[in-house]
Ligand binder design. Structure first.
Ligand code: ISL
Length: 538
């Protein structure tokens, strides 16, 4: 399995096609737009592109509600455009993975009409009038507010939807469902794609009794359910085994624990190469994601350290601060400025695991100044606002998924060069100074810092393979650790604060080579605000 593990030295770049680059002036990004930007991505040095969904979709959840798995939504282009994009990616030595959304389909997928028993249908609760409040089969609450059950007056029954009512959950207990999905996956791999990021893949096996959950939280009955490992092993056999190309499988798994992740990513078990977990991005809120709290750096260090230690010998971590569901890290954990953007990048990329860069992160793109609810587009945000009202606006601004979805800032021209039409969501006004053209021209930019971090992973085996040791776990400002591999040692020191911080490390380190830094004095025993350095000795 070691020889298959090419992805250990890889960096993945996530593209959110709707917001990346618009080639036809309809205000929505598309495949040709991506193709026009491949040289930029190649200059950044990333190895793998992950495309958020581009399949035909009613776009109720921005494409995570798929109505045809084997085509491209006309908003994004055609299958021909896709093939050309894929060829362009491969010509530049990069790979491309697709978003696989198979916990649910759109309610407009033909499967939903044609195969009732491919979904979860249940009668109303015993003794209750179907379709009346509280008569839902279970008390589960959906990720996007409201119950997880939609009443169908025609049949008098309800169908399950963990996400929006337009995203009915597929019933993986039915072998026909699994077979149809495997066939579809094989079709994409035969077309040349290099793997999949698997959306909420740890939700596909449910406790078939579908019991109520405490306070409406049904997660114990659908997260890592009874047959999850069996389903993933079967998928591996039916789809991936025996293909001799370099492929990548990433399981997106909300609520997964270190112990579970170890099982999912143990190569001997042949399930997935790595999981995308959420513990570290859940530290700065209460029970609800809208219950905003300040990040406790010590908790973050402890969390990252547990994942590093837990998957040190067997299994593998994905590393990320951002994706299309998360607010921008520079606004969330940093101070909004380029120095903190670089330092956050350094800390992430120097951990052991495969780093993910979300579009615009490499520019230090920030959260957006959404004024009123009319500025938001995301279903999760709009549904929560419908329940909670304008009082929720501060939380929506801080944590809303649209922060990640404003258009990519390419240059200082109108709409940041994203489109010549009217963008589907407003461009962040800071594009005039935060944009790719300016960043590429400035050797000191966040972009070039990310480029150097990626290059360091490609050239320094210690970044890929080195053991991880957290230093100063109780220091409230400094995030520090070492990596060690075959006689080479790296020391990472980062000031996670706006105040100068004393550097309490072995002073001998301060004379060693600095392989990457944010600027400042490399020999100084203090770190300036948000300053970071990586020392190397061998
Ligand atoms: O977005 C979240 C928190 O704000 C998560 O709860 C998110 O819904 C969860 O991580 C699953 O996300 C994935 O599946 C969803 C889709 O809306 C997300 O965009 C996708 O990343 C349903 O397909």
């Amino acid at each position: 399995a070691m020889t298959d593990a090419w992805w250990k030295s890889a960096v993945v770049y996530q593209i959110y096609p709707r917001s990346f680059s618009d080639s036809d002036a309809d205000g929505i990004g598309d495949l040709r737009g991506i193709e026009e930007r491949l040289d930029y991505l190649s200059a950044l040095g990333v190895d793998v592109l992950w495309l958020s969904p581009v399949y035909p979709s009613p776009q109720d959840d921005a494409g995570y509600d798929i109505s045809d798995y084997q085509d491209i939504d006309s908003t994004f282009g055609t299958l021909e455009d896709f093939d050309r994009l894929l060829a362009g990616v491969h010509a530049r030595g990069m790979k491309l993975i697709m978003d696989l959304v198979v916990n649910h389909t759109s309610d407009e997928h033909p499967w939903f009409r044609e195969h009732r028993d491919w979904y979860w249908w249940r009668p109303a609760r015993e003794g209750m009038e179907p379709g009346t409040p509280g008569a839902e089969p279970t008390n589960w609450r959906s990720f996007f507010s409201g119950p997880t059950w939609e009443f169908d007056p025609e049949s008098g029954e309800y169908y399950l939807h963990l996400f929006s009512r337009k995203q009915p959950d597929l019933n993986w207990e039915n072998p026909e469902v699994r077979h149809a999905i495997h066939t579809m996956m094989n079709w994409w791999l035969d077309r040349g794609v290099d793997g999949f990021r698997m959306d909420v893949i740890n939700m596909i096996s449910k406790d078939t009794a579908l019991p109520d959950g405490p306070g409406g939280d049904g997660s114990a009955h659908y997260l890592c359910g009874p047959r999850i490992h069996e389903f993933l092993q079967e998928m591996h056999r039916e789809v991936f085994a025996g293909r001799d190309r370099k492929l990548l499988t990433v399981g997106e798994m909300p609520g997964v624990t270190v112990e579970q992740a170890l099982r999912f990513t143990d190569p001997a078990r042949a399930e997935v190469d790595m999981v995308f977990q959420f513990e570290h991005v859940g530290l700065d809120h209460g029970p609800s994601k809208w219950d905003v709290q300040e990040l406790d750096l010590l908790a973050l260090k402890a969390c990252m350290n547990r994942w590093q230690a837990g998957l040190a010998d067997v299994g593998w971590n994905s590393l990320y601060w951002n994706n299309h569901d998360q607010p921008r890290v520079v606004s969330r954990f940093g101070d909004g400025g380029p120095r903190s953007a670089k330092t956050l990048g350094t800390v992430l990329h120097l951990h052991r695991g495969t780093p993910y860069v979300y579009q615009g992160e490499e520019l230090g793109m920030t959260n957006a100044p959404f004024a009123s609810i009319g500025d938001f587009r995301d279903i999760e945000t709009l549904n929560h606002h419908a329940e909670a009202g304008d009082g929720a606006l501060p939380a929506l601004r801080a944590r809303g998924r649209d922060n990640a979805r404003t258009p990519m800032q390419w240059d200082a021209s109108p709409h940041a060069g994203f489109t010549t039409g009217t963008p589907w969501i407003a461009v962040n006004p800071n594009y005039e100074h935060i944009n790719a053209a300016a960043a590429v021209a400035d050797p000191d930019s966040v972009f070039h810092h990310y480029r150097r971090l990626i290059e360091l992973r490609h050239t320094e085996p210690c970044v890929v393979h080195g053991d991880f040791t957290l230093l100063m776990p109780d220091d409230p400002a400094v995030y520090a650790f070492t990596r060690a591999y075959e006689g080479t040692e790296l020391l990472v020191v980062a000031n996670w604060s706006a105040e100068p911080a004393a550097l309490e490390v072995d002073p001998a380190w301060l004379g060693e080579e600095v392989v990457i830094e944010t600027g400042g004095g490399s020999g100084a025993a203090t770190l300036g605000p948000w300053e970071s350095r990586v020392y190397r000795r061998s």
